[in-house]
Design a protein around this ligand. Sequence first.
Ligand code: IYR
Length: 214
Amino acid sequence: MKYSPIRYSQEEMLKRSEAFLNKMQNRRSVRHFSSDEVPIEAVRNCIAAAGTAPSGAHKQPWTFCIVTDPEIRKKIRAAAEEEEYKNYHGRMSEEWMKDLEPFGTDHIKPFIENAPGLIIVFRHAYGTDESGRTTNYYVNESVGIAVGMLLTALHEIGLVALTHTPSPMKFLAEILNRPDNERAYLNIPFGFPADNCEVPNLNRKILPEILKEY
Ligand code: IYR
């Protein structure tokens, strides 16, 4: 099948790369959400955009669950806080606890209930068809790329998000009744930042630190 994507002039490419970089420099993880309503159809489009990600043998080994139901969120929060309590009270190393200090995180996760919604991402450890189990390839890489595209899409429409990693997160598949081949990958609360929202004053590595040219 023939493929002819748009071809920009070199000057236009530079201009677009600078504009995109500026836009992405403004993306931040947010832990405090407002209750402002979010256009859910726009979030569905962001998920469809994530679903355009490349994947091993094009198996598309992902499921994205949008969760807004208060009862389900209550269950997820209770289970997440139970695990996180254990993490913050003995399961995480001293070094880990110290590394997290600038972010002011603890086991209490109000955003699970008060963000306008959650996108819970599942990776497919294997696939299924009429004959039984099928193999998926590079599942972590594939789902990681799709999530990167999802975060970019959410940022593009002016939403903020958090990549929340409750651990262990087996409870997510149980609460959402996902099939056996699906393993929770990330919980992504999304919405608008709260009025008084603050984020840690982080420095990003500069380009020479992350880019080596050969
Ligand atoms: N999963 C825990 C701890 C945590 C770990 C890392 I690495 C972070 O960058 C942030 C939090 C939690 O969600 O609080």
